[in-house]
Write a protein of this length. Structure first.
Length: 379
């Protein structure tokens, strides 16, 4: 136990058990212990950068130095916490030797991205959390533009702009989504919108989020572990509580892309990693719909069109689709209980969320068009 305390550099130096944090907020005794840890001489920071990592020592070696360079954008400086999710590649030893100024939160056993984020978020003393993948590097000033939005109490989260490793191709943009024919349309489309705007969800790999709202929504749902779609789920629930999700292109990151699940080195490991990503996206999409759709008509539309989508998967030979469906079925009861809870807490219906998002994006576009038209007249 002493070894963990030394390597965690003062951040509640124990390996946390899932029973304290899953699926909801920490138990009262855990909150008391965590607050004692943070009050023990640690400064309070307004923004804390949380970087989950799993066997990502080489990735951190490439990306962490650039993240450390951006902490002084704020006063007081941002705090960085790396959450080591039961790595076996010597990540803890590497961080202790090369980056002793970084706070480290070791976990055991492995909990996946949602659980790793929750572990750090629930014990944080910051007002705003910057959730960052371990394969992200900032491109210029990134923190202050995101932090500005939280002066608006209706803002739950802000998504940064993310470019792929070539620094040209958009990876995370504004997400405008609609619900048609029993499914969310526009999935995978990222608009490199030039202005601050509403967005359907913020990318969990480059998301600034109000800690208070994050905890109020019980954080990321760990039913999506090891990862993917948990950020969509969180933001959708935030919309249904009447809050807003914002896109701000002034803050830009460069993303290596699926570096944990599908390493960039060519070969069988990368191929299997890509298959795993496809499987997780399928499985967690089922979980998202079964948990979050509460509007009766939209639920009927979803189930009505599901056989057609299954037929398309069959004809295209997408075996992973059916494997994911069967796996999601084992969680159906859990998802149903979560759906009933969200139905009680929601202030907006599913239909109202999509209508509000469309209205916010359209009004922004109209204002921009008028501004351009006025500028042309003045010229």
């Amino acid at each position: 136990m002493k070894r963990w305390r030394r390597q965690s550099n003062g951040i509640c130096g124990v390996g946390f058990s899932n029973k304290h944090l899953h699926p909801g907020p920490p138990a009262p005794i855990f909150l008391i212990v965590s607050q004692i840890c943070f009050l023990g001489g640690l400064a309070v920071h307004r923004l804390e950068i949380i970087i989950p990592t799993w066997n990502g020592r080489s990735i951190l070696a490439e990306c962490l130095p650039a993240v450390l360079d951006c902490v002084d954008e704020l006063d007081p400086p941002a705090k960085i916490t790396v959450v080591d999710d039961a790595s076996t590649d010597g990540t803890l030893e590497y961080l202790a030797k090369h980056w002793p100024q970084v706070n480290v939160l070791p976990l055991w056993p492995h909990r996946g991205f949602p659980g790793a984020v929750n572990a750090a978020a629930f014990v944080s003393a910051a007002d705003v959390l910057m959730l960052l993948n371990n394969d992200m590097i900032p491109n210029g000033p990134v923190l202050r533009p995101l932090l500005e939005h939280f002066a608006d109490r209706e803002v739950a989260a802000v998504s940064a702009r993310v470019l792929k490793w070539d620094r040209k191709t958009i990876d995370v943009g504004r997400r405008v989504r609609t619900f048609e024919n029993g499914e969310i349309r526009g999935v995978g489309h990222n608009e490199d919108h030039p202005e601050v705007s509403a967005t359907f969800f913020a990318c969990g790999g480059a998301m600034a989020v109000s800690r208070r709202k994050f905890v109020e929504l019980d954080g990321f749902d760990e039913i999506y572990s090891p990862g993917y779609v948990e950020d969509t789920d969180f933001c959708y629930r935030a919309w249904k509580r009447g809050w807003k999700i914002v896109w701000d292109p002034r803050s830009t990151f460069i993303h290596m892309g699926s570096a944990t699940f599908a390493p960039k080195t060519p070969g069988l490991k990368r191929h299997l990693g890509r298959l795993k990503v496809r499987y997780l996206l399928h499985r967690n999409a089922f979980c998202f719909y079964w948990k979050n759709l509460t509007d009766p008509q939209m639920r009927r539309d979803y189930w009505k069109h599901l056989p057609g989508r299954a037929l398309n998967a069959l004809l295209s030979g997408d075996v992973l689709y059916f494997a994911a469906f069967l796996r999601a079925l084992t969680r159906f009861r859990q998802l149903s209980r979560r759906r009933h809870k969200e139905l009680q807490m929601a202030r907006l219906s599913d239909a109202e969320v999509f209508a509000k998002l469309e209205e916010l994006c359209r009004s922004k576009q109209i204002r921009e068009e008028k501004h351009v038209e006025q500028a042309c007249i003045e010229c």
